[in-house]
Write a protein that binds this ligand. Structure first.
Ligand SMILES: NC(=O)c1ccc[n+]([C@@H]2O[C@H](COP(=O)([O-])OP(=O)(O)OC[C@H]3O[C@@H](n4cnc5c(N)ncnc54)[C@H](O)[C@@H]3O)[C@@H](O)[C@H]2O)c1
Length: 346
């Protein structure tokens, strides 16, 4: 398959690019290279004859038309987005422009290309979204594909809007779309502003490890390579017009995740005092959703996907990766906003 992957220099997109090339797919990586991107994430495939890179902004429709015409993909995997909730609180405009208008441009460029090719049934537009569109859960229940949308942050509202556009382009124009909504990813190449890398890197630096509120918020954790595997399955085998929830079935309170990482570091890089002594509780994020939990039965039962690791196994792999790849994360720590408290709503 020839895959046009947007956001392939980001965290999840780069995992998809690496896995797709390793499995023999041709890949065209379309990325604007924002603050969150890093081409080192795809260095291992950069020289492959199966790989091409196009620096382009999905807000630029003309650039997208040129790229579709030049590469003639069999399928699109659309991951490019502004993805950090805290940044969406401080500056929502970029989230509206990239996540909503950018997705609109992607849909129109894809529709124009697909129509010009005679509307092939085999074409796919796979939109990658988040479980945050479903809002916040109480102590019980899990999100299914039919849970009503109830986004509560500028980020999740912009992703919800993009999901609605993708469904509308299927219903109205017949574009063959597939959607996936996943839980919190973690793993290698995670940008050092997100919770898990922040915990690892602050612990290693001897700095305080910030935990929002009391650390009681519950998330379902999905190892990024398991997610990439699910996405490649969904684009190849997913039913047109259908959405699939992807989760690791690894619900943990944030404080449990932080303590697990501290325990792994105590083993792998021991020092005089336990790393957990560096944990500091800080003011909560405004509108912080209490609990997300994904029911992944549909993708498991219909497409045969299942996660390969528990969160404890995945966290150990992740901590080892950060210990072995200091040059990668050090280079990103100087980027704008990294290491600062963002999204306090003040
Ligand atoms: N990280 C998670 O836990 C998670 C969970 C659920 C869903 N998602 C979704 O998965 C996708 C990928 O997330 P991620 O964590 O890898 O994000 P990321 O922030 O690491 O990477 C996003 C990539 O998109 C690119 N990009 C941003 N704006 C662009 C634009 N206007 N034009 C072209 N490229 C642009 C960036 O340069 C970057 O390479 C997003 O759509 C996100 O909403 C992420």
């Amino acid at each position: 398959m020839k895959l046009l992957i947007t956001g392939g220099a980001g965290f999840i997109g780069s995992a998809v690019v690496r896995m797709a090339v390793a499995r023999g797919h041709e890949v065209v990586n379309v990325d604007a290279l924002t603050y969150a991107a890093c081409l080192d994430n795809v260095a291992e495939v950069a020289e492959s004859p199966l790989y091409a890179f196009e620096r382009a902004d999905i807000r630029d429709r003309a650039a997208l038309d040129r790229i579709f015409a030049a590469h003639a993909p069999d399928a699109v995997m659309h991951l490019a987005a502004e993805s950090h909730v805290d940044r969406s609180i401080d500056g929502p405009a970029d989230f509206i422009e990239t996540n909503i208008t950018g997705t609109f441009n992607m849909l129109e460029a894809a529709r124009s290309f697909w129509t010009a090719r005679g509307r092939p049934e085999s074409f796919r537009f796979h939109h990658i979204s988040t479980d945050e569109v479903f809002g916040s859960l109480g102590p019980e229940g899990r999100f299914t594909e039919t849970t009503p949308y109830d986004p509560r942050s500028p980020y999740s509202a912009s992703k919800a809007a993009s999901d609605h556009l993708v469904r509308a382009w299927h219903e109205t124009y017949g574009l063959p779309v597939v959607l996936t909504n996943c839980s919190n990813n973690y793993g290698p190449y995670h940008f050092p502003e997100k919770l898990i890398p922040v915990v690892i890197l602050n612990a290693l630096a001897g700095a305080s490890i910030p935990v929002y509120g009391k650390g009681e918020n519950v998330r379902d954790w999905l190892y990024v390579e398991d997610h990439a595997d699910a996405l490649l399955l969904a684009v190849e085998k997913g039913e047109v017009g259908r959405s699939y929830n992807i989760g690791g079935e690894n619900e943990r309170r944030n404080i449990e995740v932080v303590e697990t990482i501290c325990g792994i570091l105590d083993r792998l890089k021991p020092k005089n005092t336990p790393y957990s002594q560096q944990i500091t509780f800080v003011t909560d994020r405004p509108g912080h959703d209490a609990r997300y939990a994904i029911d992944p039965s549909r993708i498991r039962d219909e497409l045969g996907w299942q996660p390969s690791v528990t969160v404890e196994e995945g966290l150990e792999k992740t901590v080892r990766w950060y210990l072995d790849n200091e040059a990668w994360w050090r280079a990103l720590q100087g980027r704008e906003g990294v290491g600062k408290r963002l999204g306090t709503g003040t």
